[in-house]
Ligand binder design. Sequence first.
Ligand SMILES: NC(=O)c1ccc[n+]([C@@H]2O[C@H](COP(=O)([O-])OP(=O)(O)OC[C@H]3O[C@@H](n4cnc5c(N)ncnc54)[C@H](O)[C@@H]3O)[C@@H](O)[C@H]2O)c1
Length: 351
Amino acid sequence: MKNLLVTGSSGLIGSEVCRYFGREGGFHVHGIDNNQRAVFFGPQGDTRWNEQQLRLELPHFTHHELDIRNRTGVASLVAALKPAAIVHAAAQPSHDRAAAIPFDDFDTNAGGTLNLLESARRHCPEAPFVHLSTNKVYGDAPNLIPLRELDTRWEYADPAYEHGIAETFTIDQSKHSLFGASKVAADVMVQEYGRYFDMPTCCLRGGCLTGPNHSGVELHGFLSYLVKCNIEGRTYSVFGYKGKQVRDNIHSLDAARFMAAFINAPRSGEVYNLGGGKVNACSILEAFALTEQFTGRPQVHTYVEQARSGDHICYYSDLRKMRAHYPAWDITKTLAQTIEEIVKAWQRRSQ
Ligand SMILES: NC(=O)c1ccc[n+]([C@@H]2O[C@H](COP(=O)([O-])OP(=O)(O)OC[C@H]3O[C@@H](n4cnc5c(N)ncnc54)[C@H](O)[C@@H]3O)[C@@H](O)[C@H]2O)c1
């Protein structure tokens, strides 16, 4: 069996990728995760439950308790496995958390990515390398686009953005947060290994990646955390922009399906904006209403005037490049379906 190496395998994206390739792809899946999410966010961020599930569910799965900052450890594992493909989803994923832990953030996001890229170059340069990047590489530059205020959301007023933000958008000269900056370093490095060494790499600049297997916390995992608050009757804090700020949400299964398309027909040094696009975009107020439909409970919330530093007011991905390069791929899960699945998952997990 071919080996697939997945970093961050106990997290939202990593675990979805393990399941997808473990069930459908005919791979032996090797997951790397050290439950660092619990270190970043405390017990609410713990991902051990998902690691245990993977061990139970997948007959061809091996967990490796390894920190991606461990350069020799990563190199030895890649040398031993010689994976046929690598999906790199381990990260310090929070925009807001990074300022308090700048070294952990940069060493994980930038240094960890370099460890994986260089190990791949030495031991399996032909293997497609999929890197989970973020729309925060664009910094807060999307906030310079003129907006219209609608009843429940902000919307682009400039017709040039009718389909959303494309991969050609500037990543320069804006406020990124330290997280955005460490992810830019990784993103550019992944592109460089593609262009300079001709390796089959790509960066997926995620909007809101979501799904039932997220361990959502206030500082990361927008929909997962919002639904959790609703179910537990906790107060959800809205930070600025009247709660009309817009995020585009993609189910982790649709993200995994895109990765499979890329791995089957890879390109070099590519960049894609991976989100739910315009149809799966919603504001926080709209997410409250949708969630209430499925739980039957009102969302308890409070409003904080001060917006999060560098937060996007309106962001949705232009999916046209993804569709043009991989025409068989498209979004299959609607926003409502996704929220319903997240509701059911939290109801199960809170029993
Ligand atoms: N979820 C989103 O909304 C979103 C949006 C844009 C980009 N992304 C990117 O997608 C990727 C996956 O995000 P996610 O939502 O699945 O995050 P997640 O926190 O659910 O999963 C990441 C996993 O990586 C592990 N990890 C972290 N540091 C590690 C280290 N040093 N060594 C080994 N394992 C480590 C964590 O324990 C966790 O299980 C990240 O790169 C993130 O920046 C996510």
